[in-house]
Design a protein around this ligand. Structure first.
Ligand SMILES: Cc1cc2nc3c(=O)[nH]c(=O)nc-3n(C[C@H](O)[C@H](O)[C@H](O)COP(=O)(O)OP(=O)(O)OC[C@H]3O[C@@H](n4cnc5c(N)ncnc54)[C@H](O)[C@@H]3O)c2cc1C
Length: 229
């Protein structure tokens, strides 16, 4: 099916939020956290790239959050798209979804790894049996805290939701958490070893966090992850 770009706008340097529509509402059915695969012939080659859906199910609309990979192929193509342009896409896929909303959970994202959590956090919290949820979100600079207002509003509405942003390159004016997400992992877990941990971002961070969790005795089933590279 084709996805038509409705609009896109910059939400941080070299990061854009995209709104797409597709005529096939039935085939767009998805669970928060799943991704779509885009396909296009670029430079004479058929190229496929997956992108996490960064929105809750909403009729024939879905949203993405993408960073520009300068030396890449598909992300520069998507950044050049204009409203009305279209791209071939698959039906939503993937198993990176909330497994058990009645268990406490920790979501960990860096950069555009926040995309699936923009859908999964409200999905988790809206569940009648939802327990405690912490979202640890790491970016480099304060100006790159996309969706910050939304997550802060969600935390105001849900007493069982903690939103913990952390900056790896903070300005002197920043007085909250600083450093990589790994730095705050132990504080987020406390002495708990029974919660589910969901991790999304680039391989280096995901593997590092998984290694720490395994060393702490977490079972493989408690560690749910999506690697972007
Ligand atoms: C399940 C899944 C979901 C994904 N969801 C998203 C998403 O929501 N938003 C998003 O921006 N990307 C996402 N990605 C990554 C995306 O599919 C592409 O890999 C990315 O857009 C780069 O593609 P490219 O053709 O521009 O560059 P390529 O030519 O494929 O890659 C160039 C280099 O960039 C690295 N790279 C890949 N992704 C990134 C990234 N996000 N940031 C920095 N370097 C990267 C690759 O390792 C490679 O070395 C997802 C990947 C997977 C597997």
């Amino acid at each position: 099916m084709r996805a038509v770009l409705v609009e896109s706008h910059e939400i941080a340097p070299e990061v854009r939020h995209f709104v797409f529509e597709t005529p096939d509402v039935e085939r767009l059915q998805f669970k928060p956290g799943q991704f779509v695969s885009f396909q296009e012939t670029l430079g004479g080659k058929k190229i496929t790239r997956p992108y996490s859906i960064a929105s809750l199910p909403d009729g024939n609309r879905f949203e993405l959050c993408l960073n520009l990979v300068h030396e890449g192929i598909f992300s520069p193509h998507l950044f050049r798209m204009q409203p009305g342009d279209s791209v071939e896409m698959s039906a939503p896929l993937g198993f990176f979804v909330v497994r058990n909303p009645s268990k406490d959970a920790l979501f960990i994202a860096t950069g555009t790894g926040i995309a699936p959590f923009r859908a999964m956090a409200p999905d988790y919290l809206h569940h009648p049996e939802a327990k405690e949820l912490t979202l640890l979100f790491g970016v480099r600079y304060e100006r790159s805290f996309y969706y910050r207002d939304e997550f802060e509003a969600l935390a105001r509405r849900h007493a069982n939701f903690r939103f913990w942003p952390t900056l790896s390159r903070p300005e002197p004016s920043w007085t909250a958490r600083a450093g990589h997400v790994q730095t705050h992992l132990m504080e987020a877990l406390g002495d708990r070893r029974d919660l589910d941990v969901y991790i999304c971002g680039l391989k280096a961070m995901v593997d590092d966090v998984r290694g720490i969790l395994k060393a702490l005795g977490f079972d493989r089933k408690q560690i749910i992850f999506e690697k972007y590279d």
